[in-house]
Write a protein that binds this ligand. Structure first.
Ligand code: SAH
Length: 398
């Protein structure tokens, strides 16, 4: 039997929790005196011991668990997960019907009522990501519910949590057909090669779908593109398909070279006409400045935090500098696409980074468009802070 633990919500956190805030922050509850097993059900009560909500205990960097239900009698069982997944699938009906797009998020954690769990669809295959040992303890019920609701060709999973102090980021085949990788998925008619069996990342970040479409459709024709922190070159592919003169992809990971070649190849683009540089973006900026290289469009999509031998980069601290570096290699009237998935600051703060960088370099600018998470990455109603993605298209006016 699963342990059920009563936990008292602190007065200061009551309002948020009763308003539907789904995350159980460590500081929102009275100190936990005896250890709680991961996956225990939490009976959240107010200071008079009245029932408020049911959650589960699962430690992530964000908090100690998630609210699952606000009905005292509701059981957390297969039926519960079946309904959550069914509702989520129903919301994505348009994606399931689309022939142009065969990769999307089916279940977005807290936005679909179960924090710590995401499910992505890749051309018939499902990839389930588990973000704590606690949610992983519901694995059997959740897989049964998933199989009841959809008919997966095959299921793969990724464990994204610490187990016994060891970071587990493995990939695993779970059930059904075994995929042949790369699996080719479509996104707005573009092809992307994905791997569900190859480490932490699949080869494509699905949350940037609308940004790739905008880049292809509105900003690429006849332009030169610099794609920094390019990973598998997904933005470069979009630009090339949009008619760019040439793309330059820069990433320091060695694997980015074959991966980017592969993404071009599955789209019938001659990679030899594109530039792919395996190097540090900041070294590339210096190189480009020395050689007088400038681009019409510069894409900035750094990880939230990165450490190399020479330096550490944190978006929360170093984004203005990144923008200033980018400005040096952007043509007059060019465009900078500034992106971050750092959840620790909001759009407003991100825009002050942008404003600071442009003001300090005496450069005028105009924001052309803004993107947040696409609609399949559902965010809890009334809590926009879970919408971590921030992308701003900035026109440089010189
Ligand atoms: N923009 C990509 C995703 C970027 S993921 C896309 O849309 O698919 C972050 C990437 O930044 C990783 O591939 C990592 O290797 C790379 N990276 C981190 N620090 C870097 C640095 N200093 N210079 C170049 N690449 C870096």
């Amino acid at each position: 039997m699963r342990q059920i633990v009563n936990i008292k919500i602190k007065q200061i956190a009551m309002k948020a929790i009763t308003n539907g805030y789904p995350l159980i922050l460590k500081d929102a509850v009275e100190p936990i005196v005896s250890p709680i097993e991961e996956g225990s059900l939490l009976r959240l009560v107010d200071s008079f011991d009245n029932y408020v909500a049911t959650g589960y205990y699962g430690v992530q960097n964000k908090g100690i668990g998630w609210v699952l239900s606000r009905k005292e009698k509701e059981k957390i069982d297969i039926k519960f997960f079946n309904k959550k997944i069914r509702d989520a699938v129903k919301k994505r009906a348009n994606f399931y019907e689309s022939e142009d797009t065969t990769a999307f998020r089916v279940f977005n954690g807290e936005g679909d009522g179960v924090g710590g769990l995401t499910i992505d669809f890749f051309n018939g295959f499902y990839m389930v990501s588990w973000y704590s040992e606690g949610i992983y303890s519901f694995r059997e019920d959740i897989y049964q519910a998933l199989n009841e609701v959809v008919k997966p060709r095959g299921v793969y999973e990724k464990l994204r949590f610490n187990k016994n102090g060891q970071y587990m980021e493995q990939d695993d085949y779970v059930s059904g057909e075994k995929g042949e990788f790369p699996l080719i998925v479509k996104e707005n008619g573009m092809n992307y090669a994905v791997y569900l069996n190859d480490g932490a990342m699949t080869g494509i970040f699905l949350d940037q779908r609308n940004v790739r479409a905008a880049l292809r459709d509105k900003y690429s024709k006849g332009k030169t593109i610099l794609n920094t922190f390019s990973y598998t070159g997904a933005f470069s592919v979009a630009a090339a398909l949009g008619g760019s003169i040439k793309t330059t992809s820069v990433d320091l990971a060695k694997r980015s070279l074959p991966k980017t070649i592969e993404q071009f190849a599955v789209n019938g683009i001659d990679f030899e006409l594109q530039d792919i540089k395996v190097m540090n973006v900041f070294d590339y900026f210096n190189y480009a400045a020395r050689h007088g290289l400038k681009y019409d469009v510069v894409v900035l999509d750094p990880p939230s935090f990165a450490r190399t031998k020479k330096m550490t980069f944190s978006t929360a601290k170093d984004y203005p500098k990144l923008l200033k570096d980018a400005l040096k290699v952007t043509n007059d009237d060019g465009i900078i696409i500034a992106s971050t998935n750092n959840a620790s600051f909001h759009m407003k703060k991100f825009k002050t980074f942008i404003d600071n960088a442009f003001t300090e370099t005496n450069t005028r600018y105009k924001i052309l468009e803004e993107h947040r998470l696409p609609e399949d990455f559902t965010v809890p109603h009334n809590f926009p802070e879970f919408n971590y993605l921030k992308v701003v298209f900035i026109k440089v006016i010189r």
